[in-house]
Design a protein around this ligand. Structure first.
Ligand code: AMP
Length: 213
């Protein structure tokens, strides 16, 4: 099953994508995680992407598209995937449709995570991520078992530099300007399902699993 998670930063896409990935045994592909990995490892792509990420701006389409194209042709994606944070522009959405068509496939469902600005700010200001595997935590909502350490891999948890308040507000503005239009694009394709994300994590998961079974 090919699934896309669409919604503003801090809507809970990453958390839910990890759950769906585990339950359905399909890879969780986060464009943000892939970009952060390339920044960490100092690749040419990472060097180009870094300043955009730090400012809360979108990384140019050609860079992100190249990363995603490489990832979705890997053999573990044959049975499907959950795309988290991609596409974020109409151009990206069109490339994704085209790439999937080439392999006789298509997106089955796009989940749109509807969430209030207050929840977003609350979630992002307390978010922690694992510097090794990218897993998401929250100081109050999803605390790790041992403070500062990842439950999955034991890596160090840290705050993302783009989760500080000014950058969060910029990311929300960029979302409204460049990504929100995708809601209509997928609605017209008849594959959009809206889930309310102003709920606790388990209730959002229940809503998602009612749809994907
Ligand atoms: P995320 O982890 O999804 O919040 O993404 C973190 C940052 O990575 C974003 O603020 C962008 O700078 C960049 N990014 C992630 N996905 C994309 C995308 N699909 N298009 C452009 N930039 C992206």
């Amino acid at each position: 099953m090919m699934i896309v998670f669409l919604g503003p930063p801090g809507a809970g896409k990453g958390t839910q994508a990890a759950t769906v990935s585990k339950a359905k045994n399909i890879p969780h592909i986060s464009s943000g995680n892939l970009l952060r990995e390339s920044v960490e490892s100092g690749t040419e792509t990472g060097k180009k992407a870094q300043s955009y990420i730090e400012k809360g701006l979108l990384v140019p389409d050609e860079i992100v598209v190249a990363i995603i194209k490489d990832r979705i042709v890997k053999s573990d994606c044959k049975g499907g995937f959950v795309l988290d944070g991609f596409p974020r522009t109409l151009a990206q959405a069109k490339v994704l449709d085209g790439e999937l068509k080439k392999i006789g496939s298509k997106i089955d469902i796009v989940f749109y995570f509807a969430v209030s600005k207050d929840s977003v700010v609350l979630r992002l200001s307390g978010r922690l991520i694992c510097s090794s595997c990218g897993a998401n935590y929250h100081v109050s909502f999803v605390p790790p078992q041992k403070a500062g350490l990842c439950d999955n891999c034991g890596g160090n948890l840290c705050q993302r530099s783009d989760d500080k308040k000014e950058t969060v507000l910029e990311r929300l503005r960029v979302y409204q300007e460049q990504t929100e239009g995708l809601i209509d694009y997928y609605k017209k394709n008849g594959i959009l399902k809206e889930v309310s994300s102003d709920k606790n994590i388990d209730d959002i998961s229940k809503d998602i699993f009612l749809i994907i079974k």
